[in-house]
Design a binder for this molecule. Sequence first.
Ligand SMILES: Cc1cc2nc3c(=O)[nH]c(=O)nc-3n(C[C@H](O)[C@H](O)[C@H](O)COP(=O)(O)OP(=O)(O)OC[C@H]3O[C@@H](n4cnc5c(N)ncnc54)[C@H](O)[C@@H]3O)c2cc1C
Length: 413
Amino acid sequence: MFDSETTVQRDLRGGCPPWLSGFKRPVRAPLDHDLSCDILVVGAGITGALMAQHLTALGRQVCVIDRERAGFGSTAASTAMLQWEIDCPLSELTGFYGFERAANVYRRSLQAVAGLRGLVDDLALLCTFRHRSSLYIAAGDFGARQLLAEHQLRERAGLPGVCLDYLTLRREFDFDREAVIVSPGSADADPLLLAHALLAQAIQHGASMFDAQAVTYDNFGHGLIVGLENGRQIEAKTVILATGYVMPEFLNSDLHSTASSWAIATPPQTPDALWRDGVLIWEASDDYLYARTTADNRIVIGGEDDDAVTDPDDRDALMPAKAEILKKKLSLLRPNAVAKAELIWSGAFGETDDGLPLIGRAPGIPNLYAAYGYGGNGITFSFLASRVIAKVIAGQHEDWYDDLSLDRPKPKS
Ligand SMILES: Cc1cc2nc3c(=O)[nH]c(=O)nc-3n(C[C@H](O)[C@H](O)[C@H](O)COP(=O)(O)OP(=O)(O)OC[C@H]3O[C@@H](n4cnc5c(N)ncnc54)[C@H](O)[C@@H]3O)c2cc1C
């Protein structure tokens, strides 16, 4: 028996992100009987939602459970910059795994955002999804020279983008920074609307959804029995763990760690305070800053990530101080913007040493699959997870899945 009571049950999020205002709280249906199903998805955030939508579209019988309201975990905290660029620069990933393998993962990530975009278009999902380019800004130790080298490596990998020097950046985007890489192919969205639109699709295709907390996992014949907190149980041929940053201890990978991140949203800005094309902005430094605009013209700016802060109370207590820092950084980035924090929030953040997610079979536990460790590319990797896990369940394997496996060794630096 694998007991998830030893799981660290953290509060995933504090404060109030913009996606929650005006959002009707979803109804929660408690599970008051035992159940059996083909596939059980544990967790109804963006990962569980993408998983449930995809598997039901493939004709599988799916049940989704969540101990909280669907999407109200880390998904509601996300700034939902849907980027294909990975937290770990291609140059660093090449250092870990060699160029071919690193370039391949980057290309898969680019395809994942394109796949997500196609899905939103095909299903006409209402989630304020907008096509966006991104600006990767030289910062800290990653200056103009490193940025140019990164760009050249990306070009060699066939990835799109151009490098802009100071003067061109000034002229084109009116930012006072040393250099940037501008890349097409990313997007932004409202993450909560996206998760709910996907869950609605899954339910339309026969998925059932319940308010229940998984506590234990037992092998049973050709499947698993999942014990619930209320004493009920679910028998499933296949179980997929999509519990976000609540990673059960029995799965723990030494690649994975949890940090905290903070974000603010300004009041709606006048058009002159916003930047060209609402490009997604992120800095190349370790304590990086990220920023986007919203459909109602707010600026959302986040970062200040801290891996020494993992306790939710400590994280939330830091919100006022982190908001002050983020406001100052916004003033430097965009001097004519109103640098006021109308909304402040914080969230847990699971990351890995190599910036790649942990996706695939749970090592040593038949019929159990999992997706964790997303870092800043959460939603892109959630999409990737839904496609990879569906294929693995169907008995298909591609070599590159091993690059994401839960038991891959720690990279050599
Ligand atoms: C401040 C911040 C900014 C971010 N910005 C971005 C960004 O710009 N772009 C991006 O792509 N990503 C971003 N992320 C990351 C992104 O939010 C996450 O990767 C993503 O939301 C993870 O989704 P998930 O569905 O896996 O997890 P969650 O949304 O947390 O969902 C997991 C669900 O599992 C449920 N659960 C847990 N344990 C159990 C159990 N035992 N039984 C039943 N249910 C259980 C929880 O209640 C929860 O609802 C950001 C994160 C933070 C905190």
